[in-house]
Design a protein around this ligand. Structure first.
Ligand code: SF4
Length: 213
């Protein structure tokens, strides 16, 4: 049953709900999740520079990535309006995230889809519990996840996203520095690029965020 929306949720109830969403993320398949205050959300222009140089294949292809996603100043203002978020990590085995085979076969795709599902479910559960402004961010372009073979219909004026229940902006697409945020909460994270072989890293990470209230 939906809970009524309150102007201000009592702190004890809020803390209880935040812990419930943290546990729920793990139940849904996350490796770990943390409740974080939103002043731990790092927003940095350099992250958007990394979307552009070299240009990400997702850039300009869908409504949730730059330059169509909310810009960095909007992202800062939005984050400042919230007090708490659920930060979610999903570990990816090294052989599925590093090396030629992982890249050529796009072996991270199921993990990115899983992360998208987890953060979207937390957002939806928070919404129906009265946190009507809850909003989720995933990892990577929604086009690659949900519309790999067709143009993004949402870029056509008047058309909504057919995957609106799960397609969200990637954290990096609005300037959130998920890597630094991971280090701040004590999660080890490694740089993985074209030259990284699976033996060099213990795992890769996919990271998502749900701003709750
Ligand atoms: S999921 Fe597909 S239709 Fe929706 S915004 Fe992404 S690319 Fe566009």
């Amino acid at each position: 049953m939906a809970r009524k929306i309150m102007e201000k949720v009592p702190e004890a109830q809020l803390q209880n709900d935040l812990e419930k969403y943290r546990e729920r993320a793990i139940e849904l398949g996350a490796t770990d999740a943390k409740v974080i205050p939103t002043d731990a959300v790092v927003i940095d222009e350099r992250v958007l520079a990394k979307c552009t140089y070299p240009k990400c294949p997702g850039y300009g292809t869908n409504a949730n990535c730059p330059p169509y996603a909310m810009d960095i100043e909007q992202a800062r203002k939005v984050v400042e309006k919230f007090k708490y978020a659920i930060f979610v990590k999903l570990e990816v085995p090294p052989e599925d995230t590093a090396g030629k085979e992982a890249i050529n076969k796009d072996l991270t795709l199921p993990y990115r889809r899983k992360l998208a599902e987890i953060v979207a479910k937390i957002e939806a559960e928070a919404f129906y519990a009265g946190y009507h402004l809850a909003v989720a961010f995933g990892s990577g372009s929604c086009k690659r996840l949900f519309c790999p073979d067709i143009d993004c219909i949402t870029l056509v004026p008047g058309k909504g996203c057919p995957h609106h229940l799960k397609a969200r902006s990637p954290m990096e697409g609005v300037g959130m520095d998920a890597y630094t945020m991971a280090t701040k909460v004590g999660w080890d994270i490694y740089p993985i690029g074209l030259s990284t072989s699976p033996e060099e890293v213990p795992y890769g990470l996919r990271l998502g965020l749900v701003l709750i209230c």
